[in-house]
Design a protein around this ligand. Structure first.
Ligand code: PHE
Length: 343
């Protein structure tokens, strides 16, 4: 082959290769194409082997032209290969005939279920729903609740502090929401607040460092302890059934005066005495009392003409009694087999 013949030949090979490559639609064809042009006995090997037979001055120029053409074709080949791979993936990945996967949606968590039930009961009584922050200041969690610095009653709540000065903490109860609501709104007030609370407690069958509380607050002219009793008895009978008996015993909280500890007749044994109630026949379920005048003052309310009551209860405890759960840790394990059983 002469120099000119080689170049003419090269031109034809390139045109033919491009034309063929454009029509290719599968992997077998593109492999055949590769072998035809770039295989050991392919057309490019053939044309390259003619170089030593032409005159020496033209060899390098001819070689360069062949190489440039080769590079151009190789690039087109890679692009086509990529295109074929993508096409194949999308052909196999989406198969519209496969039946859909039925999503495994468990029930709502028992804490959510009980919280919603509680909200429903208080909505019937016209209570509004409020929330407060989980990170609180010393003022709202203690000081405004009639526990100034160094007050011994602070020991009733083992506290997670968030800074060296002990000014920021994880709220140990939902009672700070009482203060926040009274600062914002004026009486008459009827509210509940549900949310997470935190205590430096052991993590065992009956304690958890994180749990939930429901707080209640009613403030108006002439609110008395009778109102507190009526609301709580209604609440507990809605929640545990109309046969449940409710007991009020004197207690102490710095932010209520007088204070009470409220128990219900054991939901397991009906009051005869069993393991759940420690043979007492009663289960303690709520703390409550009449709002202390100091709390009104700290919240910016004039306490001359108003009175109020407040209460607080643990949601986990209520859920455990309602559903017969004997270990609080069950709530936080995220075991679907557990959650599936309620609702
Ligand atoms: N905050 C109290 C506790 O966590 C409960 C309570 C609330 C008591 C409101 C009285 C009034 O133990």
């Amino acid at each position: 082959m002469s120099h000119n013949e080689i170049l003419e030949n090269l031109d034809n090979i390139v045109k033919q290769a491009i034309c063929e490559l454009q029509k290719i639609n599968d992997h077998t064809a593109i492999e055949q194409w590769r072998v035809k042009y770039f295989g050991r006995k392919g057309l490019f090997a053939d044309i390259t082997s003619a170089i030593p037979h032409i005159s020496p001055e033209l060899r390098s120029e001819t070689g360069k032209k062949i190489n440039t053409a080769k590079k151009q074709l190789m690039q087109m080949f890679e692009e086509k290969l990529g295109f074929l791979k993508n096409k194949e993936a999308s052909d196999t990945d989406v198969n519209f005939t496969i039946p859909g996967i039925i999503p495994d949606v468990p029930n709502l968590h028992p804490i959510t279920l009980v919280s919603r039930e509680i909200v429903g009961i208080f909505q019937k009584l016209g209570f509004g729903i409020h929330v407060g922050p989980e990170i609180e200041t010393d003022f709202y969690n203690f000081e405004a609740l009639n526990m100034p610095e160094n007050h011994p009653a602070r020991d009733m709540w083992d506290t997670f502090y968030l800074d060296e000065d002990r000014k920021l903490l994880l709220r140990t109860h939902t009672s700070p929401v009482q203060v926040r609501v009274m600062q914002k709104l004026s009486p008459p007030l009827r509210i509940i607040a549900i949310g997470k609370t935190f205590r430096r407690d052991a993590f065992d069958a009956s304690h958890s460092p994180v749990f939930h509380q429901v707080e209640g607050l009613m403030v108006d002219k002439n609110i008395t302890f009778s109102n507190l009793k009526a609301v709580l008895i209604f609440f507990l009978r809605e929640l545990f059934g109309s046969r449940v008996r409710v007991r009020f015993l004197p207690s102490y909280f710095p932010f209520t005066e007088p204070s009470a500890e409220i128990s219900i007749s054991c939901v397991i044994c009906g009051g005869k005495g069993c393991q759940t109630c420690g043979n007492a026949g009663w289960l303690e379920i709520l703390g409550a009392g009449m709002v202390h005048p100091e709390v009104f003052r700290k919240s910016g309310l004039d306490c001359k003409n108003i009175t109020g009551f407040a209460f607080g209860a643990g949601i986990e405890r209520i859920a455990m009694l309602k559903y017969g759960i004997d270990d609080i840790r069950q709530f936080y394990l995220n075991d679907k087999r557990f959650i599936q059983q309620f609702g």
